[in-house]
Unconditional design. Structure first.
Length: 331
């Protein structure tokens, strides 16, 4: 799937990050990648990013248990050691702990992708998220859903004490890309994903579960700004209007308006850069496709209907032999 996206549709990712820090750490340590979940192909662009970093084989994700039974894709995720959840917290907590303990013991770097919003952004889900935020006293986000914290807080302890960090990733597409979809890529039309990547050392994340959950909320809601101060001179009363908005929400809002994360967000600008394609793995993919086509052809050749006429020939010979025998006796 990544091969088709990269070479068939000629799609690309542009990364915005501190280049010096990125080159020093990214891909050289275990990573917990937190991504927003707004687009049909954001998961694919996450894989795309991992491929460019030579880590696609060590890229894991959370998924519903039922997905493991889906032919090809689900089977591949199962054998690729992705973490399948039951949607029962008591069972899932044990599954997460057991599998992450195994994954972080590997000598190579492992990346775990998490979409903390839990589901893809839609208008209906956004309205439900805003109601939930009001009930819980949380600031409302314009372009994100309120993040779910349990998967995150139960995973982080198993990464501590090892070379690891959280990577906060914001993904967006320019308006000229219209609606980026898998079908668009299968038709050979390119898309370009823009990824803002911020590395957050584990030492900055609280160890207590409740505090860790609060930290995740603040990641979506941090750096509160006071948007307007409305002063009414009426019986010496002062009224104040405060608007809370997260960095991530501001960046998404800025990109929607200007195709630029930094133009109107107030976030410090970093230059974007491209990650080079890796030709060797892609040659392997081409070889795999060639082998598949060869096997497919061989299967066709070995079908009963395409086989030799052994049975038919024998029957014909037998029939001819009998016919000849009768003729001899008659003569």
């Amino acid at each position: 799937v990544v091969f088709l996206a990269e070479w068939w549709s000629n799609s690309n990712v542009v990364v915005y990050s501190d280049k010096e820090e990125f080159d020093k750490y990214c891909g050289k340590e275990h990573g917990y990648l937190l991504m927003n979940h707004r687009y049909e192909i954001d998961w694919l662009m996450g894989w795309f990013f991992c491929e460019r970093m030579s880590l696609l084989g060590n890229c894991k994700t959370y998924a519903k248990k039922s997905i493991q039974y889906v032919p090809i894709l689900g089977w591949a995720w199962k054998f690729g050691e992705c973490i399948f959840l039951e949607r029962s917290w008591e069972k899932d907590k044990e599954i997460i702990g057991r599998q992450i303990r195994e994954l972080v013991d590997y000598p190579d770097s492992m990346w775990l992708l998490l979409m903390a919003e839990g589901t893809r952004f839609t208008h209906e889900k956004h309205e439900a998220s805003k109601i939930f935020a009001r009930e819980k006293g949380l600031p409302q986000l314009n372009h994100h859903l309120v993040p779910r914290t349990k998967g995150f807080t139960s995973s982080i302890p198993y990464l501590r004490g090892r070379p690891a960090a959280v990577y906060d990733i914001q993904i967006a597409f320019k308006k000229s890309d219209k609606e980026p979809t898998v079908m668009r890529m299968l038709l050979g039309l390119p898309v370009e994903a823009h990824l803002y990547v911020e590395r957050i050392p584990l030492e900055q994340i609280p160890e207590a579960e409740e505090a860790c959950a609060q930290w995740l909320h603040e990641l979506y809601q941090k750096k509160v700004r006071f948007a307007d101060l409305l002063v009414f001179t009426l019986l010496t009363c002062l009224s104040e209007f405060v608007v809370a908005k997260s960095n991530l929400d501001r960046m998404q809002d800025s990109f929607f308006k200007t195709d630029d994360f930094f133009a109107e967000s107030g976030v410090k600008r970093v230059d974007g850069f491209n990650l080079k394609r890796r030709p060797v793995p892609d040659l392997v993919h081409i070889l795999k496709i060639g082998i598949f086509l060869l096997l497919f052809k061989m299967i066709g050749v070995t079908k009963i209907s395409e086989a030799s006429s052994y049975g038919k020939t024998s029957a014909t010979l037998t029939s001819e032999s009998k016919s000849s025998s009768v003729t001899d006796k008659t003569d």
